[in-house]
Design a protein around this ligand. Structure first.
Ligand SMILES: [Fe+2]
Length: 289
């Protein structure tokens, strides 16, 4: 049973990816919004591409927010040979993973591996009268890519999840999608930009305002130059170091055609309001960027 402070919003985010500067900025953001750790939820992949695996994991653990395992935690907890990110052989992402994964695996303490192995695979809770489920990639498959353009995949996933609102991570691009009477909410990741040509990273908020549930995605600017410089100093995964500056992914291999087409196009923050009653009454609308 999860006990939230129901007077405060929930802050949700994915993929810190060993990006210490972005994780510090997000924690500062939560403090500025006076959101306590008990209302903060991370969808996993704390350790991945960037320069500070141990420090980022310790910062999240010490923060005390809710965290589920991503594929990276599952692999690192047992010091496995690769990240199980579901990159196809021969792709740029698969090649880059041969740089960052051994780097992270060599720097993670036994304490942090033990902490990761004890994290749950999913969370279920009720907030403001609606049921929620938190997953990493797909509901049943931790490393499934679930993108907003893939309606059939989304329909399958919301049915499997069974919750009014599913909070998911792994795929790295923020979106809100209504599927039938349910909602799939990927708040994006804070460890890498969203391939929209900006260096900003993303998180989400869940609030109840005047009886309506309000879900929203938000940009977060942070000291990305320091994060990129730390990666260059470490000498690994330089393709991702460039991404921190340019906001463009080093490879589009995992993206469906629609998301690939959106490369370099600035993503607008989104807000979805779900009226009192059922999720089927929800509507999506743009929020001023
Ligand atoms: Fe992942």
């Amino acid at each position: 049973m999860i006990a939230f402070d129901i007077t405060k919003p929930l802050l949700v985010f994915g993929g810190p990816y060993s990006n210490l500067q972005a994780t510090q900025a997000l924690r500062g953001c939560a403090q500025a919004l006076t959101i306590p750790a008990v209302n903060v939820i991370c969808t996993g992949d704390i350790v991945a591409y960037c320069a500070a695996p141990e420090e980022t994991a310790r910062l999240i653990a010490e923060w005390g927010c809710h965290v589920i395992q991503g594929n990276c935690e599952q692999q690192l907890a047992v010091a496995a040979e690769d990240c199980a990110c579901n990159f196809e052989d021969g792709t740029e992402c698969a090649a880059l993973a041969k740089g960052w994964y051994p780097y992270a695996n060599a720097r993670l303490s036994d304490d942090m591996r033990a902490w990761m192995s004890g994290l749950p695979e999913t969370l279920r809770f009720t907030y403001a009268g609606r049921t929620f489920r938190v997953v990493h990639g797909g509901t049943a498959v931790v490393n499934r890519w679930v993108f907003q353009s893939e309606r059939d995949v989304l329909a399958e996933e919301v049915a499997l999840s069974g919750a009014d609102i599913t909070i998911a991570g792994h795929s790295g691009i923020p979106y809100l999608r209504r599927v039938g009477g349910r909602v799939w909410f990927n708040p994006g990741v804070i460890g890498m930009p969203a391939n929209d040509g900006t260096a900003d990273v993303w998180y989400g908020l869940i609030r109840e305002i005047d009886g309506e549930m309000v879900l929203s995605t938000h940009r977060l600017a942070y000291d990305h130059h320091s994060a990129a410089a730390a990666m260059r100093r470490s000498g690994h995964a330089n393709g991702y170091a460039r991404t921190l500056i340019t906001g463009l992914w080093p490879s589009l291999d995992i993206l469906p055609p629609a998301e690939r087409e959106a490369t370099g196009k600035r993503i607008r923050p989104r807000t979805m309001r779900i009226g009192a009653g059922t999720a089927a009454k929800s509507r999506a609308e743009s929020e001023a960027a």
